[in-house]
Design a protein around this ligand. Structure first.
Ligand SMILES: [Zn+2]
Length: 400
């Protein structure tokens, strides 16, 4: 679906996105105000609005106020006729949702994902799941304007391929081209943490903030960078691989094969390791039959019940995350750090220690006071973020 377009068509698409975005931000809004805000001519706005009304992307509503003369008809995004599919492909499961153009979830589904997959099995499973959710929703396929996918691992967002998905050991998976051919709906693919970051930027704790970093701590650790209001991807797609920044070059072996990455000392996996190393871990170990059942969530529960060992271990993870985040702050100087993933659920136990380390170690007074907050979208961050990939395309017209 990547077609060559002329510069005239590109201008039309850019203008159309300007009008749509103005409606999204200021709805309900009149044609005259759109023209003023976008600096497009009233005739151009009228034409674009006409097209958008016919496509049912927007709707006319009540009349606005006027100083004399006819009251203008106000326009808003039509949340009843166009839909988006968002998909969060994690390490162990696929989460899918259908939302309207305001990212409100109207249908949701979680599916298991086997670790034993090759490229073609993986792609056909995702395709089948998409076809199923469309069928179950009884929506007309024409009403679905795009599919956004947040995929774990290294992703080439431009081509829509998964370059490397560590959990399945898959390499060069052509997600976008395969699904677009099979499903005939435009597909946008992004790394899961970057999708999550975009979601926080549009709908969560990052709304209206120009420079911020989302740090996601689950089984692994990732980050997404919003720089000047836009996602920063780097020159070869790996910007934000925060979990594989070096913290102890004489340390433990990481899942990536290198030594001493942040992930080895601060991820959900490290948390479980710490429990096994502690002598006073009896309260935590009483909750499980074997060490395989240890999870971050269980350790948070024990901390909440006042177990000193669990509290100490969470603070230890918070300490290392604080060191990593201090480096991020000195490097990028964001306005705030948004923390998501399992560790964010541990709230104060981890975040307080992170804040303390940043306060003691960042370079300047302003940097030491960088705000560190929890994600607002929480468990749905990547799913909403995946939907936002489509919205970002519709409203900002990233047409090549
Ligand atoms: Zn690593």
């Amino acid at each position: 679906m990547t077609e060559q377009i002329s510069s005239f068509q590109r201008m039309r698409l850019t203008n159309r996105a300007k009008v749509l975005n103005q409606i999204r931000l200021k709805q309900p809004i009149s044609r005259a105000v759109i023209a003023k805000e976008t600096q497009l001519t009233p005739a151009t706005v009228t034409n674009i609005v006409q097209d958008l009304l016919e496509e049912k992307m927007i709707k006319e509503g009540e009349n606005g106020s006027s100083q004399g003369g006819r009251k203008p008809i106000l326009l808003s995004i039509d949340d009843r006729s166009k839909y988006i599919i968002g998909i969060d492909i994690g390490a162990f499961e696929v989460r899918m949702a259908i939302t309207n153009l305001q990212a409100v979830i109207i249908r949701k589904k979680d599916l298991p994902l086997s670790a034993k997959l090759d490229n073609s099995l993986f792609l056909s499973y995702i395709e089948e799941s998409i076809q199923n959710i469309i069928e179950e929703s009884r929506l007309d396929k024409q009403a679905i304007v795009g599919i956004g996918i947040g995929m774990h691992g290294v992703v080439n967002a431009e081509l829509g391929t998964a370059i490397f998905a560590p959990n399945f050991q898959l390499v060069d998976v052509p997600i976008k081209s395969y699904l677009e051919t099979k499903v005939q709906i435009p597909v946008y693919v992004e790394n899961d943490v970057r999708a999550f970051t975009l979601g926080e930027s549009w709908f969560g704790a990052g709304k209206g903030i120009n420079h911020f970093i989302c740090v996601n701590v689950g089984v692994g650790i990732g980050a997404g960078i919003i720089y000047n209001g836009e996602l920063y991807r780097g020159s070869n797609h790996i910007a934000g691989e925060f979990g594989h920044t070096l913290i102890d070059i004489k340390g433990e072996k990481c899942s990536c094969g290198r030594i001493g990455c942040l992930e080895t000392v601060a991820s959900g996996k490290a948390l479980v390791e710490y429990v096994l190393q502690e002598k006073d871990n009896d309260y935590i170990m009483q909750q499980v039959n074997s060490s395989e059942q240890l999870t971050g969530e269980l350790i948070f529960q024990c901390a909440n019940q006042g177990d000193p060992c669990a509290i100490r271990i969470l603070a230890k993870v918070g300490y290392f995350l604080g060191v990593g985040v201090t480096n991020l702050i000195n490097l990028i100087n964001p306005e705030c750090i948004i923390v998501g993933g399992g560790v964010a659920k541990a709230g104060g136990f981890v975040l307080e220690e992170m804040r303390r380390v940043v306060k003691d170690n960042a370079l300047t007074n302003d940097a030491r006071n960088t705000i560190i907050i929890e994600s607002e979208l929480k468990d749905e961050g990547t799913l909403i973020g995946a939907v936002t990939l489509v919205l970002n395309h519709i409203f900002f017209s990233n047409h090549k």
